[in-house]
Write a protein that binds this ligand. Sequence first.
Ligand SMILES: [Zn+2]
Length: 579
Amino acid sequence: MRVSRYLIPTVRENPSDAETVSHRLLIRAGMIRKLAAGIYNYLPLGLRVIRKVENIIREEMNRAGAIEILMPMVLPAELWKESGRWDVYGKELLRFKDRGGREFCLGPTHEEIVTDIVRKEVRSYRQLPLNLYQIQTKFRDEIRPRFGLMRGREFIMKDAYSFDADDEGAERSYQAMYEAYSRIFSRMGLKFVAVEADTGAIGGTSSHEFMVLAESGEAEVVTCSSCGYGANRELAEVAGKEIPFPSGDGIPRPEEVHTPGARTIEEVSSFLGVTPDRLIKTLVFTTDKGEVVVAARGDRTINEVKVKNHLGASWIELAPDEVVRSVTGASTGFAGPLGLSVPVLADFSVLEIQDGVTGANRDDYHLVHVVPGRDFAPQAVSDFRLIEETDPCPRCGSAISITRGIEVGHIFKLGTKYSEAMNAVFLDRDGREKFMVMGCYGIGVGRTVAAAIEQNHDDDGIIFPITIAPFEVIVLPLNMKHERVREVAENLYEALQKRGVEVLYDDREERPGIKFKDADLIGIPFRVTIGEKKAEKGMVEVRKRETGETVDVPVEEAVERIVEAIREEYVRCQGFWKE
Ligand SMILES: [Zn+2]
């Protein structure tokens, strides 16, 4: 592709509304342009990257036995009402009516639609298992779309849905997708981990998230290098639950002390001169199952997701001041677990406290000499806190690390949630009608591109792994007016294309500095520079974007040497040369 005939509108300045590296670089490299909040045009270079990502996904989904289909983006309300999600999905579901007054929505996900296809077309166990997928545009009316392709309202997604006759089959389908996803992100040259995750709004029994590791990631990921354990920090279990209640031997009865204005753990611990690990932190939450009070050791962080899951609640929020007052009789900052009428849950870290301090449920007062078990009886003692970097691996006891990651893929075991709601049944071997057991599997295509950039960039721009780069090589003549330079460049451009190399040819009559800056910004893995002096001597310079290494190569060997370098890079990135 000749740059002079192409559309790569690079920008020097950072766009003012772009908060993340990938957002800035995608705009600056001329790959995307915003049309409306969370809605983007994909310009030629950006679309090439999107297509590369899609093709790797498609190849690996096909290899795993999944079958590609395409469902509509405009979906009738009836199916969403059948599953019950029309009412619970909230405002992210963009609803509208057609000219006949019939209700529709823009598809944010397609469980209902694919279940409808399968229940109509599949009757017998002989037709199972079945895994159908699509790569398609979705719409979620996010309240705060931001970060460019990371959290758009309209976005391209690969979504797959598996249907099996029984749980064992569903487990095999899930494993096949787990392995396919691992191959997909490996082939893209990305550092990633698969972690156990919350099933959230999609529902179902278990799930894994595939996280691309990047400092800018929105989620915290716990990993163990000894045993390979990985979990979203919100879900990571904390080991060591089996500790007894403290004896309370020799500890006096609780006593009120005046602690004017001391509300936070830091304020109370410095006011009373006790370390935070002797404080019993007590928080009041509101949930759809009512109010609940949760206690933990003062230096620990209460994990709302674990509390929510323990209660079987669908939402949880820190209680506002007026609710704290109605539950405890005091303002926020003076709550304690003693003498309350709502359920008290205790993280097991509380049992490590022999002689504790906690709120007195009275403004400006705390209680000292509080003994868990003796002075208050929690309804449940369990793991209700966030894992810390100092905690051991819950599987093997080794040290863990906590890093940040960007979720690019999510796989779920759905069980029979949708097949029961929508009566998706088949006739089994024994002639009985049974519900299909489902799984669903998503990859955010644009999000993967953004995550790849978050992980692979430097001050000059993007450093694309070769398998998803828009082009493999950029041929960059320094002076188009110089006859020998132009001749070498033109010949190289033609010859590389004949060898099947994807070449971008910067044939613009621009200054070298501008061409170099653009080449670095758009992240093409190899650059071939043709300068006057070297061209006269029959040499060109080959430079690797990632490392900056350069090597001078004779013109007559250039094509073979470049093809070889590209081949090596593919093998390094994905384990094999492109097909
Ligand atoms: Zn481990």
